[in-house]
Design a protein around this ligand. Structure first.
Ligand code: AMP
Ligand code: MG
Length: 261
């Protein structure tokens, strides 16, 4: 199903068997927990403990492209496979109308990671997900608006940390509370260590021009494979994964190069 960030593959977060199917279909290691999606604060507070800071941040940024890691609440009905056995849970309230309607229509929260095979390029269009998964019901919401995964903010302990960067930046969050600089914090999210978002073809970063056999993804230059002709970061984020999919399948190309961004 579409969200404003990327496409997700969802299952009833209370149903262990259903959630296991997600790990299996994605080839996702079982130590990489899933984000749990909810439509309302009422549903969120049944699952996790919200501190005053957590409520402030949720009020400011939900629904939207921000995931909060919070302590699991006692008596929550979430299958432990969702959190990979952790005592914390990652929660998000998506803003996309289709995601919102889907969540409202379900009587349960949806455990939903990105709709791609583990380690491979993220799906930002329904066609990308169809390429990865057969026999799935796919809700087509067109191109994802943000195009990159949600920012993950860990509020489960102090100092607060950003575990994954996204369109809600540290600056925007710092307006509400202080956050430890990402570079100085140890890696905590199990999913952060593994190879991520990778095309099949080799990819070279910070390339000023294409070498033989390379397809150049540009930035701030004109062209079919330019992330943004005007050098706009939001536009570049929106187009990033689509261009990676297209470059990975482009005939006559052996590898991909990307200009400095
Ligand atoms: P994806 O669903 O593919 O966007 O990946 C979800 C990301 O959230 C992964 O990087 C996970 O490691 C991270 N995550 C999910 N739950 C937790 C948690 N309880 N604590 C820390 N990170 C989490
Ligand atoms: Mg993912």
């Amino acid at each position: 199903f579409p969200t404003e960030t990327v496409y997700g593959i969802g299952a009833d977060a209370r149903n262990e068997e259903a959630v296991r199917e997600i790990y299996k279909s994605k080839g996702r290691p079982s130590n990489n927990p899933l984000i749990c999606h909810i439509a309302s604060m009422g549903a969120a507070t049944e699952i996790a403990e919200f501190s005053d800071d957590a409520i402030t941040i949720a009020k400011a940024f939900w629904p939207g492209p921000l995931t909060l890691v919070l302590p699991l609440k006692k008596g929550n009905k979430i299958a432990s496979i969702v959190t990979a056995g952790l005592t914390t849970i990652a929660l998000r309230m998506p803003a996309h109308p289709i995601a919102q309607n889907l969540l409202k229509a379900c009587s349960f929260p949806l455990a939903a990671p990105s709709a791609n095979l583990s380690g491979r390029i993220t799906s930002t269009r329904a066609e990308h997900a169809t390429g990865y998964f057969k026999n799935l019901l796919i809700l087509d919401g067109g191109q994802s608006d943000k195009g990159i995964e949600s920012t993950i903010l860990d509020l489960s302990e102090k100092p607060y940390k950003i575990l994954r960067s996204g369109s809600i930046t540290q600056d925007k969050l710092q307006a509400y509370l202080s956050i430890e600089d990402k570079k100085s914090s140890a890696i905590k999210a199990p999913g952060m260590l593994s190879k991520h978002y990778a095309p099949n073809r080799p990819l070279r970063l910070n390339a000023s021009s294409a070498l033989e056999g390379e397809l150049l993804i540009g930035f701030g230059v004109p062209g079919e494979f330019s992330l943004s002709e005007s050098g706009d970061l939001d536009e570049a984020a929106r187009r990033l994964f689509k261009l990676l999919h297209d470059a990975d399948q482009h005939p006559g190309t052996k590898s991909i190069a990307v200009m400095p961004i």
